[in-house]
Design a protein. Structure first.
Length: 256
């Protein structure tokens, strides 16, 4: 799948050419792995992996980072350990401040990798509404001190001791397990998703805008098989209603 993740970097100039090369290689590796991770995990998100308080929000679910930071940060820690062993990532919970000292995210979760005297922050759900905001990049990555100077100041909660973390992890553990199962299922079938997203044309427009007529015209000049939008919506609704992982995603009133 082609990378679709937009990133915000906070990387300062290293003190030596050797360190510059080392940091550049690390950033490239992280960018590749984190971009792939975000593209896959977006598909794996569901209402059953959302923070409980936000589960009933109509914007929560697949392709939405809303309420996904806790379980996703835990999963990202696993993936980094798998793909880039030896970095020893750790997920944290806390607040994020902007350059003027305003809180832009509360009770937010991210991953840090300790390097020398600083750490690298990796936030793969920065764009959630209760995170850094819907206009934020999908991913924030950079040295913690430089991010704090430039735009985003990540601060671990003062009461985030071992006991608090254990309680927090306990509450998010079931959501994490569900997300990990879904993530592995998507990752093991990426050929299917690549084919779906790269080999299809999706025509989205209001009712009566002429989608069907445009589709008929495209079929005459392009080697594509057209699917009527009504049939597509009915098929999608059927799949969602019959996905056991998406309980309560749609509650149709059958009497109306």
């Amino acid at each position: 799948m082609e990378p679709t993740t937009d990133l915000f970097y906070g990387m300062s100039a290293p003190n030596s050419p050797e360190k510059a090369e080392k940091d550049r290689e690390l950033v490239e590796k992280l960018e590749t792995e984190i971009t792939e991770f975000r593209n896959i995990v977006e598909i794996a998100w569901s209402r059953n992996t959302v923070y409980p308080r936000l589960k009933d929000n109509p914007k929560a679910g697949r392709f939405s980072s809303l309420g996904q930071c806790g379980a996703t940060a835990r999963l990202l820690e696993d993936v980094i350990n798998e793909k880039l062993p030896g970095l020893n990532p750790k997920n944290y919970v806390g607040r994020v401040f902007d350059s003027e000292g305003n809180i832009v995210a509360n009770n937010h979760a991210w991953v840090e990798i300790q390097l020398d005297e600083d750490s690298v922050v990796i936030d793969v759900t920065a764009d959630q509404e209760e995170g850094l905001g819907i206009n934020a990049p999908k991913v924030v990555i950079g040295f913690k001190k430089d991010l704090a100077k430039n735009k985003y100041d990540y601060r671990v909660s003062e009461d985030d001791d071992d006991l608090t973390m254990q309680k927090s992890e306990s509450r998010s553990f079931e959501r994490y397990k569900t997300l990990k199962t879904r993530f592995e299922r998507v990752r093991n079938n990426m050929d299917y998703y690549n084919e779906l997203f790269q080999s299809n044309i999706f025509i989205i427009a209001p009712v009566g805008a002429g989608k069907t007529e445009l589709l008929k015209g495209l079929q005459k000049s392009l080697p594509y098989k057209g699917i009527d939008v009504g049939k597509l919506f009915r098929t999608a609704s059927y799949l969602v209603l019959n996905d056991p992982e998406e309980e309560n995603n749609i509650n149709p009133d059958l009497d109306k």
